[in-house]
Design a protein around this ligand. Sequence first.
Ligand code: NAD
Length: 258
Amino acid sequence: MDMHIKDLRVLITAGANGIGRATALAFRAEGARVHICDVDEKAMAALTEFDPAITASFCDVSDRAQVADLFKAVEKQMGGLDCLINNAGIAGPTGRVDEITVEDWDQCIAIDLTGQFNCARLAVPMLKRSQNASMTNLSSQAGKHGFPLRSPYAAAKWGVIGFTKALSAELGEFGIRVNAICPGLVDGPRIQSVIANKARSLNVSHEDMTEHLFSGVSIKQFVDPHDIAKQIVFLASPYGKTISGQDVSICGDTRMLR
Ligand code: NAD
């Protein structure tokens, strides 16, 4: 199926690993132009070596000066922007609210929530000039359920959904669609380290923790990051032209986070 997004100009934050990398390659497979940013220089170099048409900038999304430089690079590389994928996010600390440090709280909110604001505010003037403008913000099932021992992450990801719905309502008149994606347990090293941290915190085995997490999920398998990437590409394509303000779950029907 041709998604009709050849030459679409796409910026993906944290595009060097995981969901961001899968999304960069999914857009490239449709002939889109892709710029990524990340703080992992080695992984960025590996991706741009794999596909030299992808351009990249070092940028920590919580640093407004670096984000300003990122958008200058995007304008220079692609001459504008049609699609922003606000993907950057860290897992944040694991622990009860009275155990986590204020520094860990601040860092998680600064990257996972304020980082999306930092990018969106500079993207919008560029998106207003596009004929097919969209923004997709990575939330999580932690943005739809309570997530014990992960309060900073859950607070940030609930915030992402509120931010998304507010932007959708205010930017619709400019033809800009804004949606959130809410993945469940996604395959990869990140989820394994989240499970390991929770298992340690609750003093149970890795296997028991994994089984415990899946006890609230109907389809008991990890989500493939490439399936998330395909959904993100669909929303950016003309097939998604009337989809906005949605929080789309790709999660095997997660009914509860443990
Ligand atoms: P990942 O850990 O595989 O990759 C994250 C990338 O973000 C890395 O390349 C890292 O270098 C980069 N990064 C970290 N801090 C950054 C910063 N300050 N600025 C720019 N880049 C930074 O993560 P992932 O699993 O691909 O997650 C991507 C998004 O999906 C995140 O927002 C995450 O919260 C969300 N999500 C992931 C899962 C999951 O199970 N993996 C589930 C739900 C939601």
